[in-house]
Design a protein around this ligand. Sequence first.
Ligand code: ZN
Length: 152
Amino acid sequence: MNNELKELYQQVILDHNKSPRNYGKPGEFNHSAEGYNPLCGDHVDVYLVVDEGIVKDVRFEGSGCAISKSSASLMTTIVKGKTVEEAESLFEDFHDLVTGKLTDEEKIASLGKLGVFQGVRDFPARVKCASLPWHTMKSALRDEPTKVTAEP
Ligand code: ZN
């Protein structure tokens, strides 16, 4: 990773960890799931309001390391307003990014801020932290109430 990207990665993580966006259980939601990463101890609850195939609102709460928290926070800002299909496709892209399967620079650039998370692929133990909120969001969309990630 070049230095510029490394710096951006640290900035995004620090920023979203310090002031997480869309944090807290909403009064109303129609999909939710709970995710747990036993390797790090990260815990995240994801709440969604889905209406006519659109993610109208997405919020999270939980406790965990800076990477899982900032990843959850950034996820909520990106998924909100997307269709369910787009949200699932972003999950795939993000997953490929952090596991190192996605290497196409143009495609990574198209992911915007999410792209900074490619930094975690150099730290295998952190891949699960970054992907946990996304796995949990996907479980919520599919009404699978709990997700314990054993895989990245
Ligand atoms: Zn973690």
